[in-house]
Design a protein around this ligand. Structure first.
Ligand code: SF4
Length: 120
């Protein structure tokens, strides 16, 4: 199957023409540097995404705290991650970068606060 994707590894945004057999990369063209094929391979064989969302708070100045994963996680784990996020409540003040959940879902990434949040 052939498809077109945009490399997002740098602002140039090269248009990559990719041929794949399911989750196996066959060929890539259109890249300007070696990072393009590496990006295409990752997207075809094991796509990753940074999770950005919000968790509930209790007793803090805002009802929701924006959080993100410290590193990208497998795209296929995003729905499970969102289900897990719904069960999280932060009740203590945090600073930007505070680890809200270490080793989130056992994926080797932390869920971290995107901003500080204190008591009302
Ligand atoms: S292929 Fe290289 S130059 Fe083109 S967008 Fe990707 S990283 Fe940038």
């Amino acid at each position: 199957m052939k498809r077109v994707m945009t490399c997002i590894e740098c602002p140039k945004g090269c248009r990559l023409e990719v041929e794949a057999d399911g989750s196996r990369l066959i060929s890539v063209s259109g890249e300007t540097c070696e990072r393009g094929p590496a990006y295409a391979r990752q997207e075809i064989e094991a796509p990753m995404r940074t999770l950005t969302t919000s968790v509930l708070t209790r007793g803090l100045e805002l009802k929701m705290l924006p959080v993100r994963s410290s590193k990208p996680i497998p795209k296929g784990k995003l729905f499970a991650a969102m289900d897990a996020v719904k069960l999280i409540t932060v009740a203590a003040p945090v600073s930007a970068g505070t680890v809200v959940v270490p080793d989130f879902l056992g994926l080797g990434v932390d869920l971290v606060a995107c901003r500080g949040l204190g008591k009302p």
